[in-house]
Design a protein around this ligand. Structure first.
Ligand SMILES: Nc1ncnc2c1ncn2[C@@H]1O[C@H](COP(=O)(O)OP(=O)(O)OP(=O)(O)O)[C@@H](O)[C@H]1O
Ligand SMILES: [Mg+2]
Length: 457
């Protein structure tokens, strides 16, 4: 918009004024020169416009190629560790060369049009100059005009050339801005997948009962849940276990309404979550997600993020609760340590504890822990588990864990397989009955749980 207004003010307005002045004075002194100048100027403008129109597609293509290049650069930097771990610098360099070659070719093609445009314009100006040399000189030789008039004609003609060139450079800028606009409008066409109902009210969770009722859901064509039913009473602590890919995280994403279900209902306190504003629904639950990504900000601000109005005492309490205080002591800048892009300067377990502190600070009726302690050492995990057990009192909690030791005290354990509940009940009951849970338990008992399998949290 800025570029376009600049062109309008500095290039187009100035060319119009120069044009009017030049033509008016030439008509007065020598109408033939006025006609020649007028023709050159119109020819120049129409030719430039025509060239811009036919080069617009290649303009858009060059812009797109540049966007792809930028996207890839950011992807390479995101994956820099993987590139180094596998020593694939050369492959990436080659891939990058291909990408920049694409951009280069797209731009060269676009510049090809500019070459034609510049040459055409130079020919037009040159032809104009030639004609202006011939006619006024003939008139001068015939004694019809004097030398001063000739000098005047050439001066005003050359005065017009610069604004004309500025005009086409401006036009080029306008068209390249329009190509950017076109990309922007493409983004505008993207539809939100999840829409709030008109005038949807804010949700406030007072009880905390969650119910999945006859839920069917697909990711595109892939069926994940078919007629899924699960009721989680308020203030209960339920655990979801099952093979990787069985749909545990997806169930949470549905509860957060990241996707709308195909059939059935998801109810919180017997109210359909689709009837409320999605931002209010999401802000009523706290979660420690499976993949924890942090902002490139201080540890303190990363925790504060979940509840920006919290006091310093509350944040420090959450830090202590998540057993981050001892970690922070070792950082020279304490809680004001900047964690780096995506939290890269923290260890996996430290990041996870920041995420736990965040969920604690949010302090909501429904608490979700998706593999919340998976990156911690066994000792820290045990300590945090004790605190978490305390935190879960008086809240509805959904815990997802592969390590069964962390969910033994749940009121109900749900075993999922391919989006279906295949077993449910308390730990003591499930380890008695034949099935996946008993199998998982026996495998883990042999390894990780050997020493603390009797520890109940
Ligand atoms: N955004 C998505 N688009 C398409 N398929 C997806 C998407 N997210 C997950 N899936 C698929 O849905 C299935 C269930 O994934 P989900 O993340 O719920 O598994 P999970 O039980 O949480 O597994 P894990 O224990 O490994 O975390 C997987 O097979 C996965 O490939
Ligand atoms: Mg998962």
């Amino acid at each position: 918009m800025e570029k376009i207004t600049d062109v309008l003010i500095y290039n187009i307005v100035s060319v119009i004024f120069s044009f009017i002045m030049v033509i008016a004075s030439l008509i007065y002194f020598d109408p033939v020169s006025a006609i020649v100048t007028l023709s050159v100027a119109f020819g120049f403008i129409f030719f430039s416009y025509f060239m811009q129109v036919i080069s617009q597609e290649s303009n858009v293509r060059a812009n797109d190629a540049e966007d792809v290049e930028r996207g890839n650069i950011s992807d390479f930097f995101t994956n820099i560790d993987s590139i180094k771990y596998y020593g694939k610098e050369k492959n990436i360099k080659k891939k990058f060369e291909e990408i920049i070659n694409n951009t280069k070719n797209a731009f060269m093609k676009n510049w090809g049009y500019h070459r034609w445009l510049d040459s055409g314009n130079s020919i037009l100006i040159g032809a104009g100059t030639l004609i202006l040399l011939i006619f006024p000189i003939i008139r001068f030789l015939n004694g019809e005009i004097n030398l001063g008039t000739i000098v005047f004609i050439y001066s005003v003609y050359s005065l017009l050339v610069e604004p004309l060139y500025n005009f086409i450079y401006g036009l080029r800028g306008v068209y390249s801005s329009l190509a950017d606009f076109q990309s922007l409008f493409e983004y505008g066409k993207i539809q939100r997948q999840i829409e709030d109902k008109p005038n949807a009210p804010k949700m406030t969770i007072s009880g905390g009962e969650v119910e999945f009722k006859d839920v069917s859901f697909n990711y595109g064509k892939r069926k994940i849940f078919d007629n899924f039913n699960l009721k989680i009473p308020k203030n209960s602590k339920i655990a979801l276990v099952g093979h990787s890919g069985s749909g545990k995280t997806s169930l949470i994403k549905l509860l957060y309404r990241f996707y709308d279900i195909n059939e059935g209902e998801i109810l919180i306190d017997r109210k359909d979550i689709r009837d409320f504003r999605q931002d209010s629904l999401r802000s009523e639950m706290s979660i420690v997600p499976q993949e924890c990504v942090l902002f490139d900000d201080t540890l303190y601000n990363n925790i504060l993020f979940s509840n920006p109005t919290a006091s310093k005492e509350e944040v420090m309490k959450a830090i202590k609760f998540a057993h981050l205080d001892k970690v922070i002591e070792r950082f020279p800048k304490g809680e004001n340590t900047v964690v780096g892009e995506r939290g890269i300067k923290l260890s996996g377990g430290e990041k996870q504890r920041v995420s736990i502190a965040r969920a604690i600070l949010a302090d909501k009726r429904i608490l979700i822990l998706d593999e919340a302690t998976s990156a911690l050492d066994s000792e820290t995990e045990m300590e945090i588990q004790k605190d978490l057990a305390e935190l879960m009192k008086g809240r509805t909690s959904i815990i997802i864990a592969h390590r069964l030791s962390t969910i033994m005290s749940a009121d109900k354990i749900i075993v999922l397989k391919d989006g279906k509940i295949i077993q449910q009940g308390r730990h003591s009951k499930l380890i008695e009955e034949p099935g996946d849970y008993k199998r998982f338990w026996n495998i883990q008992k042999g390894g990780y749980l050997k020493d603390n399998s009797t520890e109940k949290l």
